[in-house]
Ligand binder design. Structure first.
Ligand code: FES
Ligand SMILES: [Fe+2]
Length: 345
């Protein structure tokens, strides 16, 4: 059967038929990181069904770079499976709020305005304070504001020049903190560069790859990290060979450190239960020059493109056949469970 873009049919899927599947590495396509139309998508089984047995995790996630949100500005955001409005109050505080007004359901980002510390709905002018409470119904003439006139807001921390929002499926309070990475604010380190892109996977699958030491050789053509046991301390974990260190601060927040020369922050914002928006930010000491930083970013774009084709086409294996040397995969899955609410046993 022939295949076309409109009718994918059941025949040979385009894209990978000429790939070299001898023992790695995967062919990189760095342009596919930013341009998802270049990506190879061959997965067919289960399309249209729920792909992963997990809800959206609880944690801190980057929703924007601090410099991209000016006082009085608002941006519409779809994350955590919800329409949201991100805004910076006139006081300078960043806020994140559910987009829909509890009055008659207007999307407050569609014509609404930042008003002091809060947001004013475009439809009938109700004003919601920074904590989500309605403080003004312009035509109510002193009558009581309904107690239910409240919008969900999300805790925010600005740190490492990023805006981090706390998501909890059951609206629980933060149970860990956003780490402090001083290099991103240190004048002896370069202004950071970013890679920002969406991937059809979940945070846990990405996170599993960080500690899947064997894949470094086959996918990336790089030597694997030594297969040491993960150091796990509550919501924190790390693996290090002394020079190269990967740390997780909750599920979806990672720092990679290479000696005194490289710091990479990553945050994986869940868009919904099957997609994430990745923000990677990179810095190096000023003394190494911005050419070195650009080379670093480019080399990571190569590497990420090698992973993307795996992430977007693999299926989740609930009972993986891991070998003894891959024990970190099991450890990681057990560690990840603490970040989900409402998982059925
Ligand atoms: S829908 Fe928002 S004020 Fe009426
Ligand atoms: Fe990888």
């Amino acid at each position: 059967m022939s295949t076309t873009a409109d009718d994918p049919g059941s025949g040979i899927r385009p894209g990978m038929e000429n790939a070299d599947f001898e023992v790695g590495p995967m062919r990189p396509d760095p342009d596919s990181v930013m341009d998802s139309s270049r990506r190879v998508r061959i997965r067919r089984e289960g399309v249209g069904q729920k792909r992963f047995p997990f809800p959206i995790p609880n944690g801190w996630f980057v929703v924007e770079e601090s410099k991209e949100l000016a006082p009085g500005e608002h941006k519409n955001l779809y994350a955590f499976g919800k329409d949201l409005v991100l805004f910076r109050a006139e006081s300078g505080e960043a806020r994140l709020m559910d987009a829909y007004c509890p009055h008659l359901g207007a999307h407050m980002g569609a014509g609404g305005k930042v008003d002091g510390d809060g947001l004013r709905c475009p439809f009938h002018g109700w004003r919601f304070d920074g904590d989500g409470t309605c403080t003004d119904i312009p035509y109510a003439e002193g009558k009581a504001i309904p107690a239910k006139a409240k919008v969900r807001t999300y805790p925010i921390i600005e740190r490492n020049r990023m805006i981090w929002a706390w998501h909890h499926l059951e609206e629980g309070d933060p149970f860990y903190d956003v780490p402090d990475w001083p290099e991103f604010e240190d004048p002896d380190w370069q202004d950071y560069q970013t890679l920002k892109f969406d991937v059809a996977t979940i945070v846990q699958e990405f996170s599993e790859g960080e500690f899947d030491v064997q894949h470094f050789k086959y996918v990336h053509g790089a030597p694997p990290l030594p297969g040491t046991d993960l150091e796990v301390d509550g919501t924190y974990r790390r693996n290090s060979n002394g020079n190269f260190t990967i740390e997780n601060f909750g599920l979806g927040c990672t720092r990679i450190s290479i000696g005194d020369a490289v710091r990479i922050g990553q945050s994986l914002l869940p868009i919904d239960e099957e997609n994430v928006s990745m923000t990677w930010f990179f810095t190096m000491p000023e003394t190494l020059g911005d050419g070195a930083l650009k080379m670093l970013v480019d080399s990571f774009a190569d590497g990420i493109s090698q992973d993307i084709v795996i992430w977007e086409n693999k299926r989740y294996e609930p009972k993986p056949l891991v070998t003894a040397v891959e024990r970190n995969i099991r450890t990681g899955r057990e560690w990840s469970l603490q970040f989900y609410s409402g998982l059925e046993a």
